[in-house]
Design a protein around this ligand. Structure first.
Ligand code: MG
Length: 352
């Protein structure tokens, strides 16, 4: 699912290459009786993900019952020689989401009813701005655009003090600002930067260091600042992220439905956060069934958590008619499963 996007600036670079589409894989799982469940996997290399699914996941999935609670765990065990993270985990994430969609469809209930009791079905979003590479004019103008659309919380993907200042100067008191550096700094650089960011009253600093799973350094960073530290989307495994929560290494845990292990991983980290008094705020820089799955998980959280919504316009927005963004919020449907299947219109746009 490669969705062309416009974020009000030239294409940002991703690993050095201009990025013009938001990429993920739609996962379709069909039962013998014809019932179809949908999932989504992270797919920076879509061809590799498809190949892995065909060669490794599909043979193991054939004949498995959708309601077998340990279906994904068994696959993990069989496939552990392939590694415990990366493309394997991305594939299993999508499969886990599709199984949850199927389980709720079999029961005839919205997914959140299988996960707990819904505290809400309307989930506010926060605007997650893409990169403007420190261009303060573009940052300010796009923050203003997001606020005009009803968002009251903004996340920047930037690295500089001036970027935060430009955003804050376009905002009013009480509106929330987060900073995601995308693993920009060494420990030494973080030690220089964090004190300079104190004045912006950031809700969190996300992934301040490289490599992202360096928990010991993250722990030292956390001890040197009062700004809450967020991480999780690039944890090598759900267990590693769970340990970071349990050991108080991060303040905000950000598992990704399409990268970290699907609905199961989100629910597991949410529980760990509750027990450790950490904040649960899943990453959701995607637009397909993974986003719907994230919304269902957020529906059953005791505390309201805003869902990450990439601030861009897509050539085709999945679920724009069934679960649209209205006044910066999503409202889940009462339909069984995730609440909406990819529309024929979307599938034909994607060439299916
Ligand atoms: Mg991030």
């Amino acid at each position: 699912m490669c969705l062309p996007f416009n974020h009000g600036a030239p294409p940002p670079l991703f690993a050095g290459t201009p990025r013009t589409t938001i990429d993920s894989a739609l996962i379709r799982v069909e039962l013998e009786n014809g019932l179809v469940g949908w999932g989504e996997s992270y797919a920076p290399d879509p061809a590799a993900l498809v190949s892995f699914f065909k060669s490794r996941i599909a043979p193991l999935a054939t004949g498995v019952g959708a309601t077998e609670a340990d279906a994904v765990a068994r696959m993990e065990r069989v496939l552990h020689n392939m590694g415990r993270s990366g493309i394997l985990l991305h594939a299993l994430s999508g499969f886990d989401i599709a199984l949850h969609d199927l389980r709720a469809k079999i029961e005839g209930v919205p997914l959140h009813q299988l996960l707990g009791s819904a505290h809400r079905t309307r989930i506010p979003g926060y605007a997650s701005l893409l990169q403007y590479y420190g261009d303060t004019e573009l940052i300010a103008s796009n923050v203003e655009r997001a606020l005009a659309q009803g968002f009251t919380a903004i996340k920047l993907h930037e690295k500089t003090v001036d970027a935060c200042r430009a955003a804050r100067s376009a905002m009013t008191v009480g509106q929330e600002l987060m900073l995601d550096t995308n693993c920009a700094w060494s420990e030494g650089q973080a030690a220089v930067m964090l004190p300079q960011l104190a004045e912006f009253n950031l809700l969190w600093v996300e992934e301040p260091i490289w490599p992202p799973e360096d928990a010991r350094t993250l722990g030292r960073i956390r001890a040197m600042t009062r700004i809450p530290i967020a991480a999780g989307e690039n944890a090598s495994s759900v267990m590693e992220l769970e340990a970071c929560v349990n050991q108080g290494i991060i303040d905000v845990a950000q598992p990704s439905a399409i990268k970290s292990g699907g609905v199961s991983a989100l629910m597991r980290i949410a529980k760990a956060c509750e027990q450790a008094s950490a904040k649960f705020s899943p990453q959701s820089a995607f637009f397909g069934p993974g986003l719907l799955a994230t919304l269902h998980v957020l529906a059953v959280q005791p505390r309201e958590v805003a869902v990450e919504r990439l601030f861009c316009t897509l050539a085709k927005t999945p679920f724009s008619e069934t679960v649209p963004l209205v006044d910066a919020s999503f409202t889940l449907t009462d339909q069984p499963g995730l609440g909406a299947d990819p529309s024929p219109d979307l599938l034909s746009f994607l060439g299916h």
